[in-house]
Design a protein around this ligand. Structure first.
Ligand code: GLN
Length: 300
């Protein structure tokens, strides 16, 4: 493109917003701005200043921006294009082969923060189906004394987890959470267990960013979305110390089924179905009863 042909930053962002809106992108303006900031190598707050001052992108950046907008219009996830996803206080590297962390999981994170507030100086925390490591990293950052274990069965996902967890003390373990006898050394030792498992019912209709770019394996939990959750509840029963807490994210159609699984285990009290930031049923929490099962749900 000849120099100056790209127009001012404000003009190219306006045109990009229209392109993305037409492609069905849910937040076209925000995505157009974030990708412009990415192409220009500045953060979004600085972008506003450049826009106001009539700035023009150098040709190389303009060409790069054009490519990014074309990819986003083909519904490649924004986070794959920038290479990062924000989750609570952390920024994770993401891309093909790993699930992009979602804002709805921040509700589970907030609940877990509350648990950590009342934990001792060195709680044991486990994040099952960790993916990029989002929950594990955010929890490790919140409680520097915590011993955090992150588990996933995908070698591809774990490459991102390892990169994201570099320099932290997070222990990463490759395993299928539905496998029998997982990590027996954790039996009766865990203070907090969180899990965002694959839970979408097979056949659900998904946006192209999800259907075509998140790993299928990280999304779908069998015909009813419940193929992994019972195994997570069983591990919570085995691993949690009496008084330890578990929080499991689920599909918005499976709150009752998740509560029922925890209730049936017979070793949890305080079983609570909770909603995400948009008010949808999103996760269930429970507390491991004491050795005498004195806080069992049936007794409550
Ligand atoms: N909440 C995610 C979605 O709707 C699914 C997350 C999952 O299966 N763990 O795309």
């Amino acid at each position: 493109m000849p120099s100056g042909q790209a127009g001012t930053l404000r003009e190219v962002i306006r045109a990009a917003t229209a392109t993305l809106a037409q492609a069905g992108v849910a937040s076209p303006r925000a995505d157009a701005e974030l990708l412009a900031a990415h192409a220009a190598g500045v953060d979004r707050s600085r972008l506003a200043v450049l826009e106001l001052s009539g700035h023009r992108l150098p040709d190389a950046d303009a060409a790069r921006y054009h490519e990014l907008i074309a990819a986003r219009a083909r519904r490649v996830p924004l986070q794959h294009l920038t290479g990062t996803a924000a989750f609570g206080p952390v920024t994770l590297q993401v891309g093909p082969g790993v699930f992009v962390p979602r804002p709805e999981t921040e509700a589970l994170l907030e609940w877990a923060y509350g648990v950590l507030e009342h934990a001792g100086p060195s709680p044991v925390v486990v994040d099952l189906c960790t993916g990029s490591g989002a929950l594990a990293l955010a929890l490790a950052e919140r409680h520097p004394g915590a011993a955090v274990v992150a588990v996933d069965d995908s070698a591809e996902a774990l490459e991102y987890t390892r990169r994201n967890a570099a320099g932290t003390g997070i222990r990463i373990h490759r395993a299928d959470v539905t496998a029998a006898g997982l990590l027996p050394e954790l039996d009766g030792r865990v203070d907090l267990l969180v899990c965002n498992p694959p839970y979408i019912p097979e056949g659900a209709c998904l946006e192209p960013e999800v259907a075509d770019h998140d790993p299928h394996h990280a999304l779908f939990g069998g015909p009813d979305g419940m193929s992994v959750i019972p195994a997570v509840a069983a591990l919570a029963g085995r691993w949690l110390v009496p008084g330890g807490a578990v929080g499991i994210e689920h599909d918005d159609t499976t709150a009752d089924a998740t509560v029922a699984v925890l209730r049936r285990a017979g070793v949890f009290g305080d079983i609570v179905a909770r909603t995400d930031l948009t008010g949808r049923p999103r996760f269930v929490t429970a507390v491991r009863s004491g050795p005498d099962n004195s806080r069992r749900e049936d007794d409550a």
